[in-house]
Design a protein around this ligand. Structure first.
Ligand code: CAO
Length: 483
């Protein structure tokens, strides 16, 4: 295989680190450190001069970072999609003929990539490689040399079984960051395969979600998959930043159990409180139901210091989403009393203080609900927000899809796709004023195979023909499969 040519290498974070642009003295007053320019915190100032280009037109936050994306299903793709939106060149490696399994899962349009796949793989390029084929390994080794980060979420041990051990990768490219999602961290379950709901259960979410009288409940928010993808993305960006200083890559692990637990940290807080006394903000306390040894399911209790509950609104009999979340925030208690027609509760010692109200929350919310049931959830929203009372309408997915303000900010975007047509997706939820994300459709399976071999790896035509002829990049023919 021909060596990579030197020219036209994309600008890299590492290159930027080596050759800082001319420095600006941020701390114009003091010169310390032997006369060296320093920033306000006394450290050497290596920041380049502020760009003079208009905001949004000087590249993206992570421009120059190239990702070798070995992810599939949801957790890993969530991470690499975010990194792609932030400017990384994400090269998704897929199994020839099959690709990411989600391409064909939950299909709504025959023979087209599913929404499951398209909505998790925007702004990426796709190359098909059989990672167990000798010629496939050859291409992967070349990609490892040219990429900054390898991201994967295979079952434990699968990457090693492909021969892509940390030692192998690090020998080829000591600067490479290897980032993984696994179900569990080191310990008794480290070898287990894990899906979303397994993580929700093992991370403490299911035991603390639902109603006291009912079974544990999983939530629709994909905190195990997408939540862990988010954690991994932060780990990768941090490792890239550290690499500027150390020059070397490192391993990044985000275990789904850990990610879910991190999102459930208030429940671990409550576990320690329950050992010292009842959790007075849980409605169970007001109802006189004794607490057990571990944190109970709290229904729709707010979980913070300000009691809240979901209340019916006008139309609830026929509309399953005609509800509002209502918070009886202490500073606006008087406004709430006036609004619901209970002005005496402002001064009545049984209601006037948050502590006095705790045992009566059920009664208080029932009274507030008498009022909310006379209004639509949007009317309640408008009236309460004018009085600074925090409330939140229960929005259906239909309402969210049609919400003009979300379209305007690019949080909900319509994308066109060559085989499935137009569809809606969620755009980048993180908005940067100088790194604007545009949502580009997901790639077709292997759409960029040739482009990557030619333009990224700069392989001569002869080598490309040899690799392709070996079958390493294409689906096995039917006879071969049967043999
Ligand atoms: N070429 C050749 N083989 C490939 C390949 C390629 N391009 N891409 C994948 N494969 C192979 C793997 O090497 C593996 O083979 P071996 O088992 O022989 O080593 C095989 O495909 C299956 O990979 P897998 O075990 O990761 O996939 P699975 O469908 O059996 O399990 C999942 C899926 C998600 C349970 C598992 O990957 C997992 O636990 N991942 C970590 C946790 C995670 O991310 N879960 C979230 C999933 S989203 O809900």
């Amino acid at each position: 295989m021909a060596k990579k040519q030197k020219k036209a290498k994309p600008a890299r974070v590492k290159a930027a680190a080596k050759k800082p642009r001319k420095v600006v003295n941020l701390s114009s007053k003091k010169k310390t450190n032997g006369g060296k320019k320093t920033s306000g915190n006394g450290k050497s100032n290596t920041l380049p001069r502020p760009s003079t280009k208009p905001y949004g037109q000087d590249g993206k936050a992570l421009t120059g970072v190239r990702i070798l994306d070995f992810t599939h299903v949801q957790s890993g793709p969530t991470c690499t999609q975010l990194l792609a939106w932030l400017g990384c060149d994400v090269i998704k490696v897929e199994r020839p003929g099959i690709g990411d399994i989600t391409r064909g899962q939950l299909r709504d349009v025959p023979n087209a990539d599913s929404l499951y796949f398209t909505m998790l793989n925007h702004n990426k390029r796709s190359i098909t490689i059989d990672s167990k084929h000798p010629q496939g390994k050859r291409v992967l080794d070349e990609l490892i040399k040219t990429c900054d980060v390898l991201v994967e979420n295979f079952a434990p041990g699968a990457l090693d079984r492909m021969g892509l051990t940390w030692e192998h990768i690090h020998k080829l490219n000591p600067r490479m960051i290897v980032a993984s999602v696994k179900g569990f961290g080191p310990g008794p379950y480290e070898d287990c395969k894990v899906y979303e709901n397994v993580a929700q259960c093992a991370g403490g979410s299911a035991s603390t979600t639902g109603f006291r009288e009912g079974p544990p409940l999983v939530t629709g928010a994909q905190i195990g998959d997408s939540g862990t993808g988010l954690h991994l993305a932060l780990g990768i960006v941090s490792a890239l930043y550290q690499r500027i200083r150390t020059g070397r890559g490192q391993r990044v692990l985000a275990a789904m159990q850990d990610g879910v637990l991190n999102l459930c940290r208030v429940k671990l807080r409550d576990q320690q409180r329950i050992e010292k006394g009842p959790l007075t903000e849980y409605s169970q306390y007001g109802e006189g139901v004794p607490f057990g040894k571990s944190v109970p399911r709290a229904g729709n209790d707010s979980g913070g210091g300000q009691p809240g509950w979901i209340l019916k609104c006008k139309g609830w009999e026929s509309d399953p989403d005609a509800y509002i979340y209502f918070i009886t925030q202490a500073p606006v208690w008087e406004a709430i009393c006036d609004l619901i027609g209970e002005p005496t509760w402002k001064t009545d010692p049984d209601y006037a203080t948050p502590k006095a109200r705790l045992p009566k929350l059920k009664k208080i919310f029932a009274r507030i609900e008498d009022w909310t049931m006379t209004k639509t959830k949007f009317e309640v929203m408008e009236i309460c927000n004018n009085l600074d009372i925090p409330v939140g309408p229960i929005l259906s997915m239909k309402e969210i899809a049609e919400e003009p303000s979300l379209r305007k900010t690019g949080t909900v975007v319509e994308v066109d796709h060559p085989t499935r047509g137009k569809y809606l997706t969620v755009g980048n939820p993180i908005k940067l004023s100088d790194s604007i994300s545009e949502v580009k459709r997901s790639p077709l399976l292997g759409e960029h195979t040739d482009e990557i071999l030619k333009d990224v790896l700069r392989l001569p035509a002869k080598d490309i023909a040899e690799i392709k002829g070996s079958g390493a990049l294409s689906a096995p023919k039917k006879e071969e499969k049967a043999a």
